[in-house]
Ligand binder design. Structure first.
Ligand code: F6R
Length: 361
């Protein structure tokens, strides 16, 4: 049942307001400025002994893990990184007893992620799962973890589950942070930011008519560049994946800081750039990148907290705490991918050659 929407993708994008509310519900502890994650199965002593966090997932879940790694580093000050589970499995990784492994999956059935979890467990590692489908294979194999409570996701292209997974990582990062070095004040600040998310997502969804118009203007592009820096880079990567899988327009994501080292050669009017420009300590650096692109007659669509002078168009999103901004900045670009695909007449819920869960190698 699409509840009045023309596609599941659209329904699931709109459902993000309630989905994010659901992942937060019952977990916030205002007294200690922390969150409780029931099934984590990691006591405070163990949480303090973790030296490193390695996040494994595929596709969109891998991108959610990249934002998750940054949140863990920022809030819990534990070195963390994400890697495609499929790559990890095949490179005979060094499995370290002080590393906590986190497997991320919407379906909980992705074969490469499941196989990575099984290999890690065989080697005695501790593995948590951040999974959407309750009782799925990865949820059962993991030593503990948390469900992301996005609800059923039918569209092959993941949207609401991505957002909820990132929020689940924010909760994990806050939980670990408050066991370690995150102050009460910072804990409260993040909790207040988390509580603002559903209302802010609702505000973003109200800009849909404007995004629809923009999508029509950019739908003739053969290729698009997506750029961001640090917090904005995984947002750019996910937005680029969304556009290519649903509209079939080639898209490539690059760190804005790497433009000079190659991709600037691609810039011309026929190669538009989507730039993620949060109002944080890298704002001036990001603006400099926009200038470089404009100087070469590139078209620019910015996603930012305030209109960008060098951009042809800016989608303005509400500001949250710096650490949580990535959760919001990708959402208008889900709508952008959706409306681009709609303008091009694509099969939105079932893009060619793709399956919802990849249970084969
Ligand atoms: C992209 C997409 C895929 C999945 C990937 C992992 O929109 O849906 O990239 O994210 O196949 O699937 P899960 O999360 O089920 O392990």
């Amino acid at each position: 049942d699409m509840g009045g929407h023309d596609t599941y993708m659209h329904k699931e994008i709109v459902e993000q307001v309630e989905a994010v509310d659901r992942v937060l519900r019952g977990r916030i502890d205002d007294r200690f400025a922390t969150v409780h994650l029931g099934g984590l199965n990691l006591d405070p002593g163990e949480a303090r002994r973790v030296r490193r966090i390695k996040i494994l997932g595929c596709g969109t879940s891998y991108h959610a893990g990249q934002i998750g790694a940054q949140l863990i580093e920022e809030l819990a000050r534990i070195p963390a990184d994400a890697e495609p589970a499929s790559e990890f499995r095949y490179r005979n990784p060094v499995v370290d007893p002080d590393t906590l492994y986190v497997a991320v999956s919407q379906s909980g059935e992705t074969y490469d992620v499941l196989a990575a979890v099984q290999e890690l467990k065989r080697k005695g590692a501790r593995v948590l799962g951040i999974v959407n489908v309750v009782g799925s294979a990865i949820a059962r194999e993991a030593d503990g973890g948390t469900y992301v409570h996005a609800g059923p996701e039918v569209c092959v292209v993941s949207t609401k589950c991505f957002t909820n997974t990132v929020v689940a990582f924010a909760l994990l990062a806050l939980h670990l942070g408050r066991i370690r070095d995150l102050s009460v004040a910072d804990g409260k600040r993040i909790i207040e930011g988390l509580r603002r998310l559903p209302g802010q997502i609702d505000e973003i969804l109200k800009t849909e008519p404007e995004i629809k118009q923009l999508a029509k203007q950019y739908a003739d592009a053969r290729s698009m560049l997506f750029i961001g820096r640090v917090r904005g880079y995984p947002v750019a990567r996910e937005a680029s994946l969304k556009l290519k899988e649903v509209s079939y327009i080639h898209a490539e994501a690059y760190p804005a800081s790497e433009l000079k080292h190659g991709p600037l050669a691609l810039i011309e009017p026929a190669m538009p750039t989507v730039a993620i420009v949060p109002d944080d300590d890298l704002l001036e650096k990001n603006r400099a990148a926009l200038e470089e692109i404009k100087a070469r007659s590139g078209r620019i669509l910015a996603v930012a907290h305030q209109p960008q002078e060098k951009a042809d168009h800016t989608i303005v999103v509400p500001k949250n705490e710096d650490e949580l901004d990535p959760i919001l900045m990708g959402i208008p670009l889900q709508l952008f991918a959706y409306h681009t695909a709609l303008a091009l007449g694509r099969d939105i819920d079932k893009p060619r050659n793709l399956a919802k869960s990849v249970t084969v190698e």
